[in-house]
Design a protein around this ligand. Sequence first.
Ligand SMILES: Cc1cc2nc3c(=O)[nH]c(=O)nc-3n(C[C@H](O)[C@H](O)[C@H](O)COP(=O)(O)OP(=O)(O)OC[C@H]3O[C@@H](n4cnc5c(N)ncnc54)[C@H](O)[C@@H]3O)c2cc1C
Length: 526
Amino acid sequence: VRRSYWGWGYEDKALSERDVEPLARLAHAAFGASPVLAPIPPLEAYDVPAPSFSLPRTLERIATRDPAELVRHSCGASLKDVLRKLTTAIPRPPDYVLYPEAESEIEAALEFAHSHRVAVVPYGGGSSVVGGVDTDGEWRSAYSGVLSIDISRMARLVELDEWSLAARFQAGVLGPAIEEQLRPYGLTLRHFPQSFECSSLGGWVATRSGGHYATQATHIDDLVESVRVLAPSGILETRRLPASGAGPDPNRSILGSEGTLGIITEAWVRVQRRPAARARAEVSFKDFLAGAKALKELVQAGFRPANCRVIDDVEAALNGVPSRGALMFLSFESPEPVVDRLLDSALELLAANGGDPKHEGQRGGGSFAHYRESFMRAPYVRDAIVRLGLVTETFETAVTWDRLDHLVHAVKDKVPKAIREATGKDGLVAARITHAYPDGAAPYFTVVAAGGTTLSDNVTIWEQVKQAASETVISHGATITHHHAVGRDHVPWFVREQPPLWHRTLGSLKSLYDPGRILNPGVLGL
Ligand SMILES: Cc1cc2nc3c(=O)[nH]c(=O)nc-3n(C[C@H](O)[C@H](O)[C@H](O)COP(=O)(O)OP(=O)(O)OC[C@H]3O[C@@H](n4cnc5c(N)ncnc54)[C@H](O)[C@@H]3O)c2cc1C
């Protein structure tokens, strides 16, 4: 099955004209969207210039200039990226995509790139939504060319320590292949970002990804025991330890480095036995902030549900879930019979905080499964909506509880205004809380708005809306990203939220690891 060169995932899973009919009718009625899908450009329509340098024979063996590969590797998977691919206005593609199968090939590629001033873009699953794998930009003219190094062929479970519950994987492994290789041992990594199908362990570590479990190990950070990284100036391999107080943690220099310091080739990750039992319920609240307040009480009381997602009425409607007010999807995983007792006491607490609970399977309690299914299909549906000419994209953040209400009110005020200014029409801004901590939460917003006359206009429309969203988030004490990463697109806000001395520290690390500054120029503002 072939990866799509223009959109999310695999070609054969893209929605067809027939699949999309009901959605198209809705989009047309609500926003005057096109009733038919925009065509997918044939590969001949893209401008793919001849390479600006040649490769030594050792690297030629692992290189491709297949047009579908060059187009796919020119950028990631955000709305902007899909629009650029659908309109053929892609960033200049890399000169070559390399598919190494061994560390020695990555070392050879880094050496060649360093000595020939070629920029290198590390590539895992290519699901970046922040310009993290773009192969063009103002920086490109300072280099003699660009290599995209795709490590997805390095995808093996190398070693398993069942005694300590830890596994060593090559970093190019995609989500499903991690779980497939652990399943025979009754184990799971239990890290499920929405992009799970097409994102890699190395990409997760590089971007500090967030899985869909709402509490405890929310980020990959918590699951990484040690990493192995090839940098232009040498190899960094950290020691396997369950914990350590020995100075600043070297793993932390790599978590979130977004391909600017080196290429992660392996990681030891903490795995766990597959959960024995699950119990689920859904709880209604009068509105989103009432649900959020009850969630705060729940986590501050010490409950750590596997999931406790609060969605507002707009998010419910977008996913075809009936709701009056807001809904919380609540689930626990643990050995039986603890799980049922936990769920019952959590529901008691939520009922005392304005919630109206229903166990899964009770009347009206089947929305959890429906929402989960809709969540998994969302990336393919997103692509169809984009091809119908609408603007749809998400933004996410995290903030302490004391500022959550202000932030949500501000987003619900400023972003719809920005949509109206950019499109002349009203749009939708849906809210959910994806992760909850004792001291705060991660709110996540989905925008759906009318598009312009052409698909190209929609890039500008989204940039205008996103600008307003990012300003609102930053000026309300929240972070520019809880888990989508910084890439190139978030740099202006990332720099504002970092202490200046820390940003200079990152600059020093960059000079040490990558003195020729060949790795991912511009990402993290480095
Ligand atoms: C539909 C959709 C849903 C998403 N849902 C989530 C979600 O639930 N949670 C979440 O956290 N994110 C989500 N994302 C964002 C994205 O999936 C994550 O950032 C993910 O961690 C990227 O992994 P990847 O393997 O695709 O990395 P890529 O997109 O290939 O790369 C991302 C960045 O990491 C660098 N990089 C990649 N591999 C390596 C390596 N081996 N060594 C060094 N640097 C490397 C790249 O250069 C780039 O800067 C979503 C994206 C999409 C399109």
